[in-house]
Design a protein around this ligand. Structure first.
Ligand SMILES: [Zn+2]
Length: 403
């Protein structure tokens, strides 16, 4: 039963809305803290055809908030258990789980959905799905625009946003909202540690691979203890105070505690938007709602603007101004730190030459000497650098100005 409210448009028909809802195809990405809430909310709101993608298996530490999972589910795929748990409780809903990465599917798969609701904890995954949905837009066919409703939480803070690919600001448009990335230059970590974090990163990034033939598992207590003890020795040698076990966990896992009530608020807001998008019963969020629950409870919504130089939906390339003395290596560090570029292992080239390539090894070696050269000796002003990174689906185009 959908009842009319003060903002319900005159042409809204309740019966039409209910049948639309029953045939609507919605995709949920993520079956973790947000995802469990989203799948449950969508099912009890009347959506009948739900798909869910999640690449993770259930861990013991998930059970305090990912309420669709029980102790006997530990080790099983989240998507499968979440789908079965909701189908067992909500009659008539059909939920198809996919235990895989979002990148395992092609455009044809994503095209079958009318809304994508994201409960992700990864920037790279959001960039990937944002770009994918943008690629599906056919300017002559409004039905090809698949709204992306994106939820995110961090401790007591969260946000919900509605992205209409090609019409509203996209995820990539607002990367700068994330603030600068906390990265430490490898040379500092290796040679001149000053902070406790440098010692922890040294143990985690540089020492672990030297002493172990297998990758670190950041959920393994023994692995974390090894990093902590190794960092502690390094810190003592360099007279750096402040390496603690909890700081080690924080640096290695890059975690902020997950709060169940924040997930519930943000997932509810996301599903509210999905419901309004599907039924047209009320105006849709335009386009960003932030929620703060640290001291008091506060929410604010505003319209995020599109960026004309957005690499996904903009029409011009980004321009960066760099000092004439800046080396290629320093420029790459800038790209890694800036929130609006947000790359981790970038390869850089221009239309005419390779500046620095991370792979294959022969090209890495051949281009490595460029790292110490001044950018101004490698490329002219206004030349366009094409930046690619294994974690992001698109190539960033950056025009260079010298100051
Ligand atoms: Zn954009």
């Amino acid at each position: 039963m959908i009842s009319r409210g003060p903002f319900t448009p005159a042409e809204f028909d309740e019966k039409d809305a209910e049948s639309t809802l029953a045939s609507f195809r919605v995709l949920v990405i993520g079956a973790g803290g947000l995802g469990c809430e989203m799948i449950k909310n969508l099912a009890v709101s009347g959506f009948k055809h739900i798909h869910v993608i999640d690449m993770d298996k259930i861990d013991l530490s998930n059970l305090n908030r990912q309420f669709l999972f029980a102790l006997e589910d530990v080790g099983k795929p989240k998507a499968v258990v979440a789908a079965n748990a909701v189908m067992a409780r909500v009659p008539g809903v059909n939920i198809t789980p996919h235990f895989c990465k979002i990148q395992d599917f092609d455009l044809a798969f994503y095209k079958q959905f009318q809304i994508v609701v994201c409960g992700l904890d990864s920037i790279d995954a959001r960039r990937w799905i944002n770009f994918t949905l943008y690629q599906l837009v056919d300017p002559d066919d409004p039905a090809s625009i698949i709204p992306m409703v994106d939820g995110g939480t961090e401790g007591f803070k969260g946000q919900t946003r509605v992205i209409l690919p090609s019409l509203s600001a996209c995820y990539e448009c607002s990367l700068d909202l994330l603030g600068p990335k906390k990265t430490y230059p490898i040379c500092t970590i290796a040679n001149t540690p000053r902070l406790p974090e440098h010692c922890i990163e040294w143990a985690y990034i540089l020492e672990w691979p030297k002493h172990h033939p297998y990758p670190i598992d950041t959920d393994n207590i023994d692995h974390l203890n090894w990093v902590y003890q190794t960092a502690l020795v390094r810190a003592r040698e360099n007279n750096i105070p402040g390496v603690t076990h909890s700081l080690t966990v924080g640096v290695v896992k890059n975690v902020i505690p997950a709060v169940a009530s924040t997930n519930a608020v943000i997932a509810a807001a996301c599903c509210n938007e999905a419901f309004k998008l599907a039924t047209a019963c009320n105006p849709v969020l335009d386009n960003y709602m932030m929620y703060m629950g640290e001291s008091d409870v506060y929410a604010h919504s505003f319209e995020l603007e599109r960026r004309t130089d957005c690499p996904v939906c903009g029409s011009t390339s980004m321009t960066l101004t760099v000092g004439a003395e800046t080396t290629l290596n320093e420029f790459i560090d800038t790209l890694r730190e800036r929130a609006d570029t947000n790359v981790s292992k970038p390869s850089l080239r221009t239309a005419a030459k390779n500046l620095y390539l991370q792979a294959p090894p022969q090209l890495e070696e051949a281009t490595r000497p460029h790292l110490e050269l001044k950018l101004s000796s490698l490329i002219e002003e206004n030349d366009e650098i094409i930046v690619t990174d294994p974690n992001i689906p698109l190539a960033l185009k950056i025009s260079i100005r010298y100051s």
